[in-house]
Design a protein around this ligand. Structure first.
Ligand SMILES: O=P(O)(O)OC[C@H]1O[C@H](O[C@H]2O[C@H](CO)[C@@H](O)[C@H](O)[C@H]2O)[C@H](O)[C@@H](O)[C@@H]1O
Length: 268
């Protein structure tokens, strides 16, 4: 069977521990994490996703260390991310795949111009039509996009729904499409997680960044990593990340290890 391109699983990767040791010694460290499929296992209904306790504890510990900033960079709308991730107040947030930014109470809300608002209304109407005709599919609304979820539909229904939605949405001016894990995502703004990482790098003055992600849109973030930054792909699939772990559970252990190493490094 063909193997996906990219790095080996963590257990077989002798470099990950030493990369974490080096990262832990950075002057200012940014720990930027994708949510679904990384901090939280994938579940049937988006509203039910929750971070693994070990991962949540490691994020909290990192957030409390000097010179260390934690951030979540998610495809979710900020409101949805806050509900499921329950971030502590020090954790910076980027939602809508980079379209929504929260770096403090003064962060401006996302606004759409008239053309974008029109495109979103048309895209929403198209996905509503598809969901009405395909049992088990679900619509998720976001401030700058709309998502067709097919995880709770039979495979053949999911395929038909995705094909119909793609055909309808491609006809709407100003709508960008991307495929995710049993989702077809649309956005009416131009944003990506790579720009999210760069924004947070500049905002925090980070000397080094850890980014972990599991899905296609996370590749934009892996692509902007450099120097002693560490990119970790969680789960299978092609990736530009240098390191890979098998699951959110394995990633929680990596995060706990980074928290231990960072705590030791900043107390030296
Ligand atoms: O960037 P992320 O934080 O990974 O968010 C990506 C999308 O995650 C959510 O959908 C995915 O997770 C759901 C819950 O586990 C799952 O049911 C769905 O099949 C996955 O695609 C979220 O609903 C989307 O809005 C995010 O863009």
């Amino acid at each position: 069977m063909a193997q996906p391109a990219g790095p080996p699983a963590a257990g077989a990767d002798p470099d990950l521990h030493s990369a974490l040791e080096q990262l832990a010694g950075a002057g200012r460290l940014l720990v930027a994490l994708d949510f679904d499929g990384v901090l939280a296992p994938i579940v049937e209904h988006a509203a039910d996703a929750r971070p693994l306790p070990e991962a949540a504890a490691a994020v909290l510990e990192l957030a409390g260390l000097p010179g260390t900033t934690t951030a979540f960079i998610s495809g979710r709308a900020l409101a949805s991310l806050r509900l499921v991730a329950a971030p502590d107040e020090r954790t910076l947030l980027i939602g809508s795949h980079g379209g929504e930014v929260f770096t403090g109470p003064d962060s401006p809300p996302l606004t759409l111009d008239a053309a974008q608002a029109r495109a979103l209304a048309e895209a929403t109407a198209a996905v509503e039509r598809v969901v009405a005709a395909h049992p088990g599919t679900i619509l998720e609304a976001k401030p700058a996009g709309v998502v067709l979820h097919t995880r709770t539909a039979a495979d053949e229904v999911a395929a038909a729904a995705t094909a119909q939605a793609r055909a309808l949405l491609q006809e709407i001016d100003g709508v960008h499409l991307s495929d995710g894990k049993r989702v077809l995502e649309t956005s009416v703004i131009s944003a990506d997680k790579g720009r999210g990482v760069e924004l947070l790098r500049a905002f925090t003055g980070a000397d080094a960044v850890l980014f972990a992600g599991d899905d296609v849109t996370d590749e934009n973030a892996f692509a902007v990593l450099r120097g002693q930054d560490v990119g970790i792909k969680v789960g299978p699939g092609d990736t530009g990340a240098r390191y890979r772990v098998d699951s959110p559970q394995a990633f929680a252990a990596v995060l706990a290890e980074l928290a231990r190493l960072r705590a030791a490094a900043v107390r030296r």
